[in-house]
Design a protein around this ligand. Structure first.
Ligand SMILES: Nc1ncnc2c1ncn2[C@@H]1O[C@H](COP(=O)(O)OP(=O)(O)OP(=O)(O)O)[C@@H](O)[C@H]1O
Ligand SMILES: [Mg+2]
Length: 298
């Protein structure tokens, strides 16, 4: 059995009395709690300040990247322009070696320009400085020519290209060029990561939580994505480390940019996939545009 010891005190007449000792020194405990609360408040304050500085630094980084990539575009465009002029042989005739060399300059500069454009897009989105130019457009206006450009990408591969587009779809309030860019990104990935089978683009109306959307989806029969790699698809500069992905060209910016562009339009972008069987990338655009997008246009 546990016993509680008590301090004994001897009185003047020599008798001994016992009084229970306090279990906790309340005053000291209160003081300790107060000082802990003060420490906690101070830590919270420091954390909030660190967060603010981090956000500021991140914004500055994005603004710096946006400026640098914007500046890079001017000289790149003049390299492309002059290479094109030389290739047209309007300035003077070129021998075949010169033609090949200038073609390499032209192709490399184009490649660099598309990379710089992607970096510029992502940094502008992250700095909250992307300018969208939304108007009411039909689905046909968005996707005109995208299937034709996909045919070029799958040339030589046994892939069937299909599209299933619901008739009489309503118009959408979007930045046509940006949504077209997302469709092209998804289709070019499907072409890149599929060796055989089919690529099907479906567009139709759906309802979710009493809201109506147009849903665009691209289903392929390509290499697929493992569950543990799903999140990497939407991270900037991340490519999944499979042998096909490593063989395939790219920077890993197409999907992160697309994801953010769709969010800015009030929609969602997601992927469903099975390794070795294929992937379906889908995105929605609400029929009722978000207030943030309507304000941009006013
Ligand atoms: N249809 C797909 N099938 C299989 N994997 C895919 C598919 N689409 C994307 N991925 C994976 O997601 C990664 C990121 O895609 P993303 O489009 O952002 O980059 P990328 O195509 O490699 O480069 P970029 O688009 O910048 O040229 C790809 O590298 C690939 O690993
Ligand atoms: Mg891509």
């Amino acid at each position: 059995m546990m016993t509680q010891s008590t301090p004994n005190s001897r009185s003047n007449d020599g008798s001994v009395s016992a009084r229970p000792a306090p279990l906790i020194d309340l005053a000291a405990a209160r003081q300790r709690i107060t000082s802990l609360e003060e420490e906690l408040a101070q830590t919270k304050h420091e954390l909030a300040e660190a967060r603010r500085q981090l956000r500021e630094a991140d914004k500055l980084k994005s603004e710096f990247i946006a400026t640098v990539s914007h500046e890079l575009r001017t000289p790149l465009n003049s390299i492309i322009g002059f290479a094109k002029l030389l290739l047209k042989q309007k300035i003077g005739p070129l021998n075949s070696i010169q033609q090949t060399d200038i073609s390499v300059i032209y192709d490399s500069a184009q490649h660099l320009l598309s990379l710089v454009n992607d970096i510029l897009d992502l940094s502008k989105i992250e700095a909250g400085k992307i300018r969208l130019d939304p108007t009411w457009v039909s689905v046909e206006e968005i996707i005109v020519g995208v299937m034709a450009s996909t045919i070029i990408l799958i040339e030589g591969k046994p892939i069937e290209l299909r599209d299933e587009i619901e008739p009489h779809l309503p118009k959408l309030f979007v930045d046509r060029g940006r949504i077209r860019q997302v469709v092209i990104n998804i289709l070019s990935n499907a072409a890149k990561f599929t060796d055989a089978g089919s690529i099907t683009m479906r567009i139709g109306k759906i309802s979710k939580n009493e809201q109506e959307f147009i849903c665009f989806s691209v289903k392929d029969t390509g290499i697929g994505i493992a569950p543990e790699d799903m999140d990497k698809v939407f991270e900037a500069f991340r490519q999944i480390d499979s042998s096909v992905a490593r063989r395939a060209e790219g920077t890993g910016l197409g999907m992160p940019i697309s994801y953010r562009l769709i969010s800015l339009h009030g929609g969602e972008l997601w992927v469903e996939s099975q390794v070795g069987r294929g992937s379906t990338f889908s995105f929605t655009i609400p029929l009722q545009p978000p207030a943030s997008l309507l304000q941009r246009n006013s």
